[in-house]
Design a protein around this ligand. Structure first.
Ligand SMILES: CC(=O)N[C@H]1[C@@H](O[C@@H]2[C@H](O)[C@H](O)[C@@H](O)[C@H](O)[C@H]2O)O[C@H](CO)[C@@H](O)[C@@H]1O
Ligand SMILES: [Zn+2]
Length: 297
């Protein structure tokens, strides 16, 4: 096996589309700089809604082929971001999209929400011990906005980071590896409110049915919770928008704005923000501009 680059970043997401929405610019930046970026997606997004009418037949209550279709959208998004290492947790279709919190699909035995935590984490331990990343990016405990697959993805990522470092745990999955820095996705309320102010100023020019609210944006935090801001050059923000566009069934992009299948416009943020939950923080008040800061990589 060829040696991996010195810098290795692992991101764990619930569905195809989350990676581009939350971390598209960060992934594009580090991939372009030669870091090894590994994305693990926990489901195929089988229970999603479908935006384009001509693709409505893919829906779970029609042909139920949306999951297979979204793997293609995700592959297209990876091309836009320059990311070559993408995996589905446990293999494609191992865990099914659980649907929004409270729907009957949450109770399907094959849903990610019902998955045994340590079993699901064991698949991620194998990836961690192979790739040996210095940095892990995951959701906060609420999954950003309370979606069961996002909550479970957080739990699996944090459990796998713990188990991967445990010398007595499953040496058949590789040599122990302790991830140096763990971040959770977030976004400062101030930045979100500025973005919505721009959206409201655009008013009638936006092509969406309505406008979301700041509280609809996952991972809202106060400024003092933010440890790192990856505020990339325009070219990486452009890659992010292109990757989001690749998720045709889930996201409609219009310039600096986008909407999910609820057709509620929200700002598309080029800068991406992170809370540090493991690692040495910068001196109080200083924002990191590099997720690998302090790792020696
Ligand atoms: C960004 C994200 O996590 N999307 C999920 C989410 O999709 C939302 C869901 O269909 C909701 O009912 C819509 O109103 C909203 O517009 C969608 O973004 O949940 C889906 C089902 O679990 C999932 O497939 C999708 O990736
Ligand atoms: Zn999601």
């Amino acid at each position: 096996m060829t040696a991996l680059p010195a810098r290795r970043l692992l991101l764990v997401h619930a569905h195809p589309d989350d990676e581009s929405i939350n971390n598209g610019a960060t992934m594009a930046k580090y991939a372009a700089e030669g870091a090894h970026v590994t994305l693990v997606t926990c489901t195929l997004g089988e229970e999603g809604e479908v935006i384009p009418p001509e693709l409505a037949h893919l829906a779970p209550d029609r042909d139920d082929t949306l999951g297979a279709h979204r793997t293609g959208e995700l592959a297209d998004a990876m091309v836009q971001l320059g990311v070559t290492d993408h995996r589905f947790l446990g293999g494609p279709g191992r865990f099914r999209d659980s649907g929004m919190m409270g729907v009957p699909q949450n109770d399907r035995p094959d849903s990610f929400w019902q998955a045994d935590l340590d079993l699901a984490a064991s698949y991620l331990v194998e990836v961690i011990r192979e790739v040996r990343p210095q940095v892990l990016v995951a959701y906060d405990p609420d999954g950003g906005y309370g979606h069961p697959d996002h909550i479970k993805a957080h739990r699996v990522a944090m459990r796998a980071a713990e188990l991967a470092a445990e010398p007595a745990y499953r040496r058949d999955l590789g040599a122990p590896h302790a991830i140096a820095k763990v971040y959770w996705n977030c976004i400062p309320r101030r930045v979100v409110e500025e973005g919505f102010a721009r959206l409201h100023a655009a008013g009638g020019q936006i092509p969406f049915e309505g406008i979301a609210t700041a509280d609809d944006v996952p991972g809202l935090v106060d400024d003092d919770q933010v440890a790192a801001a990856i505020d990339v050059e325009a070219r990486y923000a452009e890659r992010k928008a292109a990757a989001m566009k690749a998720h045709v069934t889930q996201i409609a992009v219009d310039g600096p704005f986008f909407a999910l299948s609820n057709d509620l416009g929200q700002p598309l943020f080029g800068a991406e923000f992170y809370r540090l939950v493991k690692g040495v923080p910068e001196p109080a008040g200083d924002l990191e501009d590099d997720l690998f800061a302090g790792t020696g990589a």
